[in-house]
Ligand binder design. Sequence first.
Ligand SMILES: Cc1ncc(COP(=O)(O)O)c(C=O)c1O
Length: 411
Amino acid sequence: MPGPGMELIGEDEKKELLEVIEAGYLFRYGSPENPAFKAKVFKLEQEVAKRSGLRYAVAVNSGTTALLVALSGLGIGPGDEVIVPGYTFIASMSSIVYARAIPILAEVDKTLNLDPKDVRRKITPRTKAIMAVHMLGNPAHLDELKAIADEKGLLLIEDCAQAFGARYKGRSIGSIGRAGTFSFNIFKTITAGDGGMVVTDDEEAYKRFFAFHDQGHSPLRMGVEVGKRPFIGLDFRMTELTAAVLLAQLRRLDGLLTRLHTNKRRFKAALADLPGLEFREITDPEGECATLLTVFLPTEEVARKVAKELGTKVVADSGWHVYNNMEQILEKRTVTPEGCPYTCPYYKGGEVKYWKGMLPQTDDLLGRAINISIGVTDPGLGSGFGASFHDSEEALDARAGQFRRVALQYL
Ligand SMILES: Cc1ncc(COP(=O)(O)O)c(C=O)c1O
Protein backbone atom coordinates (compact mmCIF):
# COMPACT_ATOMS: atom_id res chain seq x y z
CA MET A 1 0.00 0.00 0.00
CA PRO A 2 1.42 3.43 -0.89
CA GLY A 3 0.74 5.60 2.18
CA PRO A 4 -0.64 5.02 5.69
CA GLY A 5 -3.93 6.85 5.06
CA MET A 6 -4.73 4.57 2.16
CA GLU A 7 -4.20 1.52 4.42
CA LEU A 8 -7.02 2.78 6.62
CA ILE A 9 -9.75 3.51 4.07
CA GLY A 10 -12.84 1.92 5.57
CA GLU A 11 -16.28 2.42 7.07
CA ASP A 12 -15.77 6.05 8.12
CA GLU A 13 -14.76 7.14 4.64
CA LYS A 14 -17.69 5.17 3.21
CA LYS A 15 -20.14 6.83 5.58
CA GLU A 16 -18.90 10.35 4.83
CA LEU A 17 -18.96 9.70 1.11
CA LEU A 18 -22.43 8.13 1.15
CA GLU A 19 -23.79 11.12 3.02
CA VAL A 20 -22.79 13.31 0.08
CA ILE A 21 -23.92 10.86 -2.61
CA GLU A 22 -27.27 10.22 -0.96
CA ALA A 23 -27.90 13.94 -0.58
CA GLY A 24 -26.98 14.26 -4.26
CA TYR A 25 -25.07 17.57 -4.10
CA LEU A 26 -21.39 17.41 -5.11
CA PHE A 27 -20.34 21.04 -5.59
CA ARG A 28 -18.28 22.92 -2.98
CA TYR A 29 -20.61 25.94 -2.89
CA GLY A 30 -24.21 25.83 -1.81
CA SER A 31 -26.85 27.51 0.22
CA PRO A 32 -26.92 26.83 3.96
CA GLU A 33 -30.70 26.57 3.54
CA ASN A 34 -30.34 23.65 1.13
CA PRO A 35 -30.40 20.41 3.20
CA ALA A 36 -28.63 18.54 0.40
CA PHE A 37 -25.57 20.79 0.73
CA LYS A 38 -23.24 19.20 3.31
CA ALA A 39 -20.43 21.81 3.09
CA LYS A 40 -17.69 19.16 3.31
CA VAL A 41 -15.03 21.28 1.56
CA PHE A 42 -15.81 24.22 3.80
CA LYS A 43 -15.56 22.02 6.94
CA LEU A 44 -12.31 20.49 5.76
CA GLU A 45 -10.82 23.95 5.17
CA GLN A 46 -11.84 25.02 8.64
CA GLU A 47 -10.42 21.91 10.27
CA VAL A 48 -7.11 22.09 8.44
CA ALA A 49 -6.77 25.81 9.25
CA LYS A 50 -7.52 25.10 12.91
CA ARG A 51 -5.08 22.22 13.05
CA SER A 52 -2.46 24.48 11.48
CA GLY A 53 -3.13 27.21 14.05
CA LEU A 54 -3.99 29.60 11.20
CA ARG A 55 -7.05 31.52 10.08
CA TYR A 56 -7.28 30.45 6.44
CA ALA A 57 -7.18 27.39 4.21
CA VAL A 58 -8.15 26.92 0.57
CA ALA A 59 -8.86 23.38 -0.64
CA VAL A 60 -7.62 22.56 -4.13
CA ASN A 61 -7.38 19.49 -6.34
CA SER A 62 -3.68 18.59 -5.84
CA GLY A 63 -0.46 19.47 -4.06
CA THR A 64 0.90 20.78 -7.35
CA THR A 65 -1.94 23.24 -7.84
CA ALA A 66 -1.62 24.21 -4.16
CA LEU A 67 1.96 25.29 -4.89
CA LEU A 68 0.95 27.21 -8.01
CA VAL A 69 -1.82 28.96 -6.07
CA ALA A 70 0.60 29.87 -3.28
CA LEU A 71 3.31 31.17 -5.61
CA SER A 72 1.04 33.13 -7.92
CA GLY A 73 -1.16 34.30 -5.07
CA LEU A 74 1.90 35.72 -3.32
CA GLY A 75 2.75 37.64 -6.45
CA ILE A 76 5.73 35.58 -7.55
CA GLY A 77 6.13 35.77 -11.31
CA PRO A 78 8.28 36.92 -14.25
CA GLY A 79 11.76 38.06 -13.26
CA ASP A 80 11.73 36.31 -9.86
CA GLU A 81 13.93 33.51 -8.58
CA VAL A 82 12.74 30.96 -6.04
CA ILE A 83 15.27 28.84 -4.14
CA VAL A 84 14.22 25.20 -3.99
CA PRO A 85 16.05 22.03 -2.88
CA GLY A 86 17.55 19.65 -5.45
CA TYR A 87 15.93 16.75 -3.57
CA THR A 88 12.18 17.14 -3.90
CA PHE A 89 9.27 16.13 -6.10
CA ILE A 90 9.25 17.80 -9.51
CA ALA A 91 6.08 19.74 -8.58
CA SER A 92 8.11 22.04 -6.31
CA MET A 93 9.99 23.17 -9.42
CA SER A 94 7.30 22.86 -12.10
CA SER A 95 4.96 25.08 -10.08
CA ILE A 96 7.67 27.79 -10.06
CA VAL A 97 8.10 27.47 -13.82
CA TYR A 98 4.33 27.72 -14.37
CA ALA A 99 4.26 30.78 -12.13
CA ARG A 100 6.74 32.07 -14.77
CA ALA A 101 9.57 32.38 -12.24
CA ILE A 102 12.95 30.63 -12.16
CA PRO A 103 13.73 27.68 -9.86
CA ILE A 104 17.21 28.04 -8.33
CA LEU A 105 18.43 24.68 -7.08
CA ALA A 106 20.11 24.47 -3.68
CA GLU A 107 21.83 21.75 -1.64
CA VAL A 108 20.21 19.62 1.03
CA ASP A 109 22.06 18.70 4.23
CA LYS A 110 21.78 15.71 6.54
CA THR A 111 18.12 16.51 7.17
CA LEU A 112 17.66 15.84 3.42
CA ASN A 113 15.97 19.24 3.37
CA LEU A 114 17.26 22.66 2.31
CA ASP A 115 20.71 23.52 3.67
CA PRO A 116 20.38 27.07 5.07
CA LYS A 117 24.08 27.73 4.35
CA ASP A 118 23.59 27.04 0.66
CA VAL A 119 20.37 29.03 0.61
CA ARG A 120 22.40 32.08 1.69
CA ARG A 121 24.88 31.44 -1.11
CA LYS A 122 22.09 31.20 -3.70
CA ILE A 123 20.42 34.53 -2.87
CA THR A 124 20.66 37.19 -5.61
CA PRO A 125 18.93 40.55 -6.10
CA ARG A 126 16.26 38.61 -8.04
CA THR A 127 15.41 36.15 -5.25
CA LYS A 128 11.80 36.52 -4.18
CA ALA A 129 11.15 33.39 -2.15
CA ILE A 130 12.59 30.33 -0.46
CA MET A 131 10.61 27.11 -0.86
CA ALA A 132 11.27 24.82 2.09
CA VAL A 133 10.21 21.27 1.28
CA HIS A 134 9.64 18.97 4.27
CA MET A 135 10.80 15.78 2.61
CA LEU A 136 9.80 12.32 3.83
CA GLY A 137 7.80 13.67 6.77
CA ASN A 138 10.70 15.59 8.35
CA PRO A 139 10.42 19.39 8.83
CA ALA A 140 13.21 21.48 7.28
CA HIS A 141 15.39 23.86 9.35
CA LEU A 142 12.49 26.28 9.69
CA ASP A 143 14.05 28.55 12.34
CA GLU A 144 17.11 29.19 10.19
CA LEU A 145 15.18 29.51 6.92
CA LYS A 146 12.65 31.90 8.45
CA ALA A 147 15.51 34.00 9.88
CA ILE A 148 17.15 34.21 6.44
CA ALA A 149 13.83 35.08 4.78
CA ASP A 150 13.13 37.82 7.33
CA GLU A 151 16.66 39.23 7.18
CA LYS A 152 16.65 39.39 3.37
CA GLY A 153 13.01 40.40 2.91
CA LEU A 154 12.06 37.15 1.15
CA LEU A 155 8.91 35.06 1.28
CA LEU A 156 9.14 31.63 2.90
CA ILE A 157 6.80 29.07 1.33
CA GLU A 158 6.49 25.62 2.88
CA ASP A 159 5.85 22.66 0.60
CA CYS A 160 4.41 20.27 3.19
CA ALA A 161 3.12 17.71 0.66
CA GLN A 162 5.03 14.84 2.24
CA ALA A 163 4.48 15.85 5.85
CA PHE A 164 0.81 16.51 6.61
CA GLY A 165 0.46 16.30 10.39
CA ALA A 166 4.10 17.16 11.17
CA ARG A 167 4.99 19.78 13.76
CA TYR A 168 8.10 21.87 14.29
CA LYS A 169 8.94 22.96 17.81
CA GLY A 170 5.29 22.95 18.83
CA ARG A 171 3.89 24.58 15.71
CA SER A 172 2.20 22.94 12.78
CA ILE A 173 4.27 22.91 9.63
CA GLY A 174 2.84 25.23 7.01
CA SER A 175 2.28 27.88 9.66
CA ILE A 176 5.82 29.27 9.83
CA GLY A 177 6.16 30.53 6.26
CA ARG A 178 3.82 33.03 4.60
CA ALA A 179 1.99 30.05 3.07
CA GLY A 180 2.03 26.28 3.39
CA THR A 181 0.79 23.69 0.92
CA PHE A 182 -0.31 20.07 1.34
CA SER A 183 -1.01 17.11 -0.92
CA PHE A 184 -3.49 14.29 -0.36
CA ASN A 185 -2.35 11.94 -3.10
CA ILE A 186 -2.06 8.23 -2.38
CA PHE A 187 1.49 8.37 -0.96
CA LYS A 188 0.69 11.00 1.65
CA THR A 189 -0.14 10.65 5.35
CA ILE A 190 -3.85 10.98 4.61
CA THR A 191 -5.42 10.69 1.20
CA ALA A 192 -8.48 10.92 -1.00
CA GLY A 193 -6.61 9.64 -4.06
CA ASP A 194 -5.73 13.24 -4.90
CA GLY A 195 -6.31 16.66 -3.39
CA GLY A 196 -4.43 19.60 -1.91
CA MET A 197 -4.65 22.55 0.47
CA VAL A 198 -3.06 25.98 0.88
CA VAL A 199 -2.87 27.55 4.36
CA THR A 200 -1.96 31.05 5.50
CA ASP A 201 -2.65 33.56 8.23
CA ASP A 202 -2.46 36.50 5.85
CA GLU A 203 -5.94 37.73 4.89
CA GLU A 204 -4.84 39.41 1.66
CA ALA A 205 -2.94 36.29 0.61
CA TYR A 206 -6.02 34.18 1.39
CA LYS A 207 -8.21 36.33 -0.84
CA ARG A 208 -5.71 36.07 -3.66
CA PHE A 209 -5.31 32.30 -3.20
CA PHE A 210 -9.06 31.92 -3.30
CA ALA A 211 -9.39 34.08 -6.39
CA PHE A 212 -6.58 32.27 -8.19
CA HIS A 213 -8.09 28.85 -7.43
CA ASP A 214 -11.53 29.91 -8.65
CA GLN A 215 -11.70 32.29 -11.61
CA GLY A 216 -10.98 35.43 -9.59
CA HIS A 217 -13.85 35.04 -7.13
CA SER A 218 -13.93 36.22 -3.51
CA PRO A 219 -13.84 33.66 -0.72
CA LEU A 220 -16.84 31.35 -0.39
CA ARG A 221 -18.64 33.05 -3.24
CA MET A 222 -22.38 32.91 -3.52
CA GLY A 223 -23.68 33.33 -7.02
CA VAL A 224 -22.08 35.40 -9.76
CA GLU A 225 -19.72 38.22 -8.88
CA VAL A 226 -19.55 40.31 -12.04
CA GLY A 227 -17.41 43.42 -11.61
CA LYS A 228 -15.50 42.39 -8.46
CA ARG A 229 -12.85 39.98 -9.67
CA PRO A 230 -9.32 41.33 -9.03
CA PHE A 231 -7.54 39.22 -11.65
CA ILE A 232 -7.96 36.28 -14.01
CA GLY A 233 -8.03 33.03 -12.09
CA LEU A 234 -8.34 29.35 -12.93
CA ASP A 235 -10.33 26.40 -11.55
CA PHE A 236 -8.55 24.18 -9.05
CA ARG A 237 -11.60 23.56 -6.83
CA MET A 238 -12.04 20.50 -4.66
CA THR A 239 -15.31 18.54 -4.84
CA GLU A 240 -17.49 17.48 -1.92
CA LEU A 241 -16.56 13.85 -2.61
CA THR A 242 -12.85 14.43 -2.01
CA ALA A 243 -13.48 16.51 1.10
CA ALA A 244 -15.83 13.88 2.54
CA VAL A 245 -13.11 11.22 2.35
CA LEU A 246 -10.53 13.62 3.77
CA LEU A 247 -12.71 14.55 6.74
CA ALA A 248 -12.82 10.86 7.71
CA GLN A 249 -9.10 10.52 7.09
CA LEU A 250 -8.36 13.58 9.19
CA ARG A 251 -9.98 11.95 12.20
CA ARG A 252 -7.51 9.08 11.81
CA LEU A 253 -4.44 11.30 11.67
CA ASP A 254 -3.35 11.38 15.33
CA GLY A 255 -3.70 7.63 15.79
CA LEU A 256 -1.87 7.04 12.55
CA LEU A 257 1.06 9.25 13.58
CA THR A 258 1.31 7.55 16.98
CA ARG A 259 1.60 4.15 15.34
CA LEU A 260 4.21 5.37 12.85
CA HIS A 261 6.30 6.83 15.70
CA THR A 262 6.11 3.60 17.72
CA ASN A 263 7.13 1.53 14.72
CA LYS A 264 9.92 3.87 13.73
CA ARG A 265 11.39 3.95 17.25
CA ARG A 266 11.47 0.16 17.27
CA PHE A 267 13.08 -0.12 13.82
CA LYS A 268 15.61 2.59 14.60
CA ALA A 269 16.61 1.09 17.95
CA ALA A 270 17.32 -2.21 16.23
CA LEU A 271 19.87 -0.54 13.92
CA ALA A 272 21.33 1.98 16.36
CA ASP A 273 24.54 0.09 17.18
CA LEU A 274 25.57 -0.69 13.60
CA PRO A 275 29.12 0.65 13.22
CA GLY A 276 29.47 3.44 10.66
CA LEU A 277 25.72 3.71 10.09
CA GLU A 278 24.31 7.20 10.53
CA PHE A 279 20.67 8.23 10.76
CA ARG A 280 19.21 11.15 8.87
CA GLU A 281 19.10 14.29 11.04
CA ILE A 282 15.57 14.94 12.27
CA THR A 283 14.86 18.55 13.20
CA ASP A 284 12.04 17.69 15.63
CA PRO A 285 11.91 13.99 16.55
CA GLU A 286 8.54 14.32 18.29
CA GLY A 287 7.05 16.43 15.51
CA GLU A 288 8.04 14.55 12.36
CA CYS A 289 5.63 12.14 10.65
CA ALA A 290 7.91 9.07 11.01
CA THR A 291 6.73 7.69 7.67
CA LEU A 292 10.29 6.70 6.69
CA LEU A 293 13.62 5.91 8.31
CA THR A 294 16.59 7.12 6.27
CA VAL A 295 20.10 5.83 6.94
CA PHE A 296 23.47 6.93 5.57
CA LEU A 297 26.10 4.27 4.88
CA PRO A 298 29.78 5.28 5.05
CA THR A 299 30.35 5.15 1.28
CA GLU A 300 28.27 5.04 -1.88
CA GLU A 301 29.79 1.67 -2.77
CA VAL A 302 28.69 0.10 0.51
CA ALA A 303 25.26 1.73 0.27
CA ARG A 304 24.70 0.36 -3.23
CA LYS A 305 25.70 -3.17 -2.19
CA VAL A 306 23.43 -3.10 0.87
CA ALA A 307 20.52 -1.66 -1.13
CA LYS A 308 20.91 -4.22 -3.91
CA GLU A 309 20.90 -7.13 -1.51
CA LEU A 310 17.79 -5.79 0.17
CA GLY A 311 16.04 -5.48 -3.19
CA THR A 312 15.92 -1.68 -3.07
CA LYS A 313 17.96 1.31 -4.29
CA VAL A 314 20.03 4.11 -2.82
CA VAL A 315 18.09 7.37 -2.80
CA ALA A 316 20.26 8.82 -5.61
CA ASP A 317 18.95 6.08 -7.92
CA SER A 318 15.42 6.10 -6.61
CA GLY A 319 13.99 8.09 -9.46
CA TRP A 320 12.12 11.26 -9.88
CA HIS A 321 12.72 13.07 -6.57
CA VAL A 322 16.40 13.66 -7.38
CA TYR A 323 17.29 16.65 -9.54
CA ASN A 324 19.85 14.56 -11.51
CA ASN A 325 16.94 12.43 -12.73
CA MET A 326 14.76 15.36 -13.79
CA GLU A 327 15.66 15.73 -17.47
CA GLN A 328 12.71 18.06 -18.02
CA ILE A 329 14.22 20.57 -15.59
CA LEU A 330 17.91 19.97 -16.40
CA GLU A 331 17.18 20.57 -20.09
CA LYS A 332 14.61 23.31 -19.44
CA ARG A 333 12.00 21.51 -21.55
CA THR A 334 9.27 24.11 -21.48
CA VAL A 335 5.88 23.32 -22.95
CA THR A 336 6.23 25.76 -25.84
CA PRO A 337 9.43 26.27 -27.81
CA GLU A 338 10.24 29.91 -27.02
CA GLY A 339 11.43 28.77 -23.58
CA CYS A 340 9.59 31.08 -21.18
CA PRO A 341 10.24 31.76 -18.33
CA TYR A 342 13.95 31.13 -19.00
CA THR A 343 13.95 33.55 -21.93
CA CYS A 344 11.61 36.08 -20.34
CA PRO A 345 12.78 39.69 -20.89
CA TYR A 346 11.79 40.50 -17.30
CA TYR A 347 14.38 38.01 -16.09
CA LYS A 348 17.72 39.78 -15.68
CA GLY A 349 19.82 36.86 -14.40
CA GLY A 350 21.23 35.81 -17.79
CA GLU A 351 21.31 32.22 -18.94
CA VAL A 352 20.07 29.74 -16.34
CA LYS A 353 22.12 26.55 -16.29
CA TYR A 354 21.33 23.26 -14.60
CA TRP A 355 23.51 20.18 -14.92
CA LYS A 356 23.94 16.72 -13.44
CA GLY A 357 26.27 16.92 -10.47
CA MET A 358 25.68 20.63 -9.83
CA LEU A 359 24.87 19.88 -6.16
CA PRO A 360 27.82 17.77 -4.93
CA GLN A 361 26.80 17.74 -1.25
CA THR A 362 23.30 16.52 -2.20
CA ASP A 363 24.78 13.91 -4.55
CA ASP A 364 27.11 12.58 -1.84
CA LEU A 365 24.31 12.31 0.74
CA LEU A 366 21.75 10.75 -1.60
CA GLY A 367 24.34 8.31 -2.96
CA ARG A 368 24.92 6.97 0.57
CA ALA A 369 21.29 7.07 1.72
CA ILE A 370 18.70 4.29 1.87
CA ASN A 371 15.04 5.04 2.62
CA ILE A 372 13.44 2.35 4.77
CA SER A 373 9.65 2.32 4.74
CA ILE A 374 7.87 2.65 8.05
CA GLY A 375 4.52 3.38 6.45
CA VAL A 376 5.09 4.72 2.92
CA THR A 377 5.98 2.35 0.11
CA ASP A 378 6.81 4.52 -2.85
CA PRO A 379 9.16 3.26 -5.56
CA GLY A 380 9.70 6.92 -6.49
CA LEU A 381 11.23 7.47 -3.04
CA GLY A 382 13.26 4.26 -3.14
CA SER A 383 11.41 2.92 -0.11
CA GLY A 384 11.02 -0.56 -1.55
CA PHE A 385 12.46 -2.17 1.60
CA GLY A 386 11.04 -1.86 5.09
CA ALA A 387 7.81 -2.24 6.99
CA SER A 388 4.16 -1.75 6.21
CA PHE A 389 1.85 0.30 8.37
CA HIS A 390 0.03 -2.71 9.88
CA ASP A 391 3.13 -4.84 10.45
CA SER A 392 3.35 -6.60 13.81
CA GLU A 393 6.33 -6.12 16.13
CA GLU A 394 7.64 -9.53 14.99
CA ALA A 395 7.44 -8.48 11.34
CA LEU A 396 9.24 -5.20 12.10
CA ASP A 397 11.96 -7.03 14.03
CA ALA A 398 12.39 -9.50 11.19
CA ARG A 399 12.84 -6.66 8.68
CA ALA A 400 15.28 -4.82 10.94
CA GLY A 401 17.16 -8.10 11.48
CA GLN A 402 17.43 -8.55 7.73
CA PHE A 403 18.85 -5.04 7.34
CA ARG A 404 21.39 -5.71 10.13
CA ARG A 405 22.58 -8.98 8.62
CA VAL A 406 23.06 -7.47 5.17
CA ALA A 407 24.69 -4.24 6.40
CA LEU A 408 27.08 -6.03 8.78
CA GLN A 409 28.67 -7.84 5.86
CA TYR A 410 29.97 -4.52 4.58
CA LEU A 411 30.36 -2.31 7.67
C1 LIG B 1 7.31 17.44 -2.09
C2 LIG B 1 6.10 17.39 -2.96
N1 LIG B 1 5.59 18.54 -3.44
C3 LIG B 1 4.48 18.56 -4.20
C4 LIG B 1 3.84 17.39 -4.54
C5 LIG B 1 2.67 17.45 -5.45
O1 LIG B 1 1.51 16.88 -4.94
P1 LIG B 1 0.40 16.25 -5.90
O2 LIG B 1 0.89 14.91 -6.33
O3 LIG B 1 -0.79 16.16 -5.00
O4 LIG B 1 0.18 17.18 -7.02
C6 LIG B 1 4.32 16.17 -4.06
C7 LIG B 1 3.64 14.92 -4.42
O5 LIG B 1 4.17 13.85 -4.53
C8 LIG B 1 5.49 16.16 -3.25
O6 LIG B 1 6.01 15.02 -2.78
